[in-house]
Design a protein around this ligand. Structure first.
Ligand SMILES: Nc1nc2c(ncn2[C@@H]2O[C@H](COP(=O)(O)OP(=O)(O)OP(=O)(O)O)[C@@H](O)[C@H]2O)c(=O)[nH]1
Ligand SMILES: [Mg+2]
Length: 315
């Protein structure tokens, strides 16, 4: 494990791949590794992409990988979607394949399997982000599955949240998904090549509220043609600088740490309690007491937690 971590800190992509596999499989060694690398993290700019399925998140990230490579940055990508068509910055149909993941040491792309991992998707994903951060990736893109709670969860853990939308065709009134107007630092209207973008942009402009020191920009893109990508990259760099200068970056780190400590503590408790107690005498006694209305489930749960031996255990 020591060697693997040492290799990672030297920028070894294979070590990163192995460590992420350990995380995915929820191996106990992963905890050890993550503790070792933690002090070496905190440098990457983590950018989360969220938005409805098929809106073009992967296509945008593919383009951005190239753009940021051209600007001299090292890049990591974690996609919470095994089917994401990543090409390592090469866009299909391009004559020049500039940044093949296998060849370019500055690009690392990993799709996370959503199976396994007792810690849930968000924890596993951000552990993977941390691995890439420790490896030296300067910018890490996270693509979330385009549905459900996990996207908001993951998005709120990034430094910069990019919400991707696309114009709908026909006479439909395009409504935003609840909560989406609050989480974005940057809004992208992709597929402008299909037309109808003005309505959506106006709609977004009307609904988006300015935040303290930052008005979320709306960037029009056509990911397939590469239109608007330079502007999007500029905006992302600008937001990184804004976060740094305003002190918000630190604020976000603290908020994230809070969330993560709580999630991990909950997990340890649940695991500890369910591993240690269901057959124990106290648990039996409490179950009987609750059934007999001598106590209530809430009080019993508290008793169970209080009684639980505070042994040191892995995640
Ligand atoms: N016309 C047009 N098509 C696009 C554009 N960007 C992406 N697409 C197409 O839209 C489809 C979905 O693109 P993806 O990049 O896979 O979208 P995604 O948001 O990552 O999708 P999921 O990961 O499945 O949620 C693909 O067929 C792309 O080729 C664009 O700017 N214009
Ligand atoms: Mg995708």
């Amino acid at each position: 494990m020591r060697d693997l971590v040492a290799a990672l800190l030297q920028g070894d992509k294979r070590a990163a791949g192995k460590l992420i596999s350990l995380i995915e499989d929820d191996e106990p060694e992963a905890v050890d590794a993550l503790q070792r690398i933690y002090p070496h993290t905190g440098r990457a700019h983590v950018v989360g992409f969220t938005g409805p399925p098929g809106v073009g998140k992967s296509s945008l990230i593919n383009r951005l990988v190239r753009t940021f490579r051209a600007r001299g940055k090292t890049i990591g990508v974690v996609a919470v979607d095994p089917t994401s068509p990543y090409t390592g910055g090469a866009v299909l149909g391009d004559r020049i394949r500039m940044a093949d993941t296998g060849i370019d040491p500055g690009v690392f792309i990993r799709s996370m399997a959503t199976r396994g991992h007792a810690g849930g998707l968000a924890l596993a994903t951000f552990d993977a982000v941390r691995v890439l951060d420790a490896m030296g990736s300067q910018v890490v893109f996270v693509e979330t599955v385009g549905a459900g709670q996990s996207e908001v969860e993951i998005a709120t853990r990034a430094h910069t949240v990019v919400v991707v939308e696309m114009p709908l065709t026909g006479d439909v009134v395009q409504t935003m998904k609840a909560g989406i107007l609050e989480i974005g630092d940057v809004y992208v209207v992709n597929k402008v090549d299909l037309g109808n973008a003005d309505v959506l942009v106006a709609n977004l402009k009307f609904q988006l509220a300015a935040r303290e020191g930052w008005t979320p920009p709306i960037v029009r893109t056509a990911a397939l043609e590469g239109q608007g990508i330079e502007e999007l990259a500029d905006v992302l760099e600008r937001h990184a600088i804004f976060l740094e200068r305003s002190g918000f970056r630190h604020g976000r780190e603290v908020a994230r740490a809070r969330q993560e400590i709580l999630e991990t503590a909950q997990r340890l408790l649940v695991r500890g309690v369910s591993e240690g107690s269901p057959t124990g005498p106290l648990f039996d006694r409490l179950a009987n007491a609750v059934a007999d209305r001598e106590t209530d489930p809430h009080a019993a749960a508290r008793k169970l937690l209080e009684s639980h031996p505070k042994k040191k255990r892995p995640r």
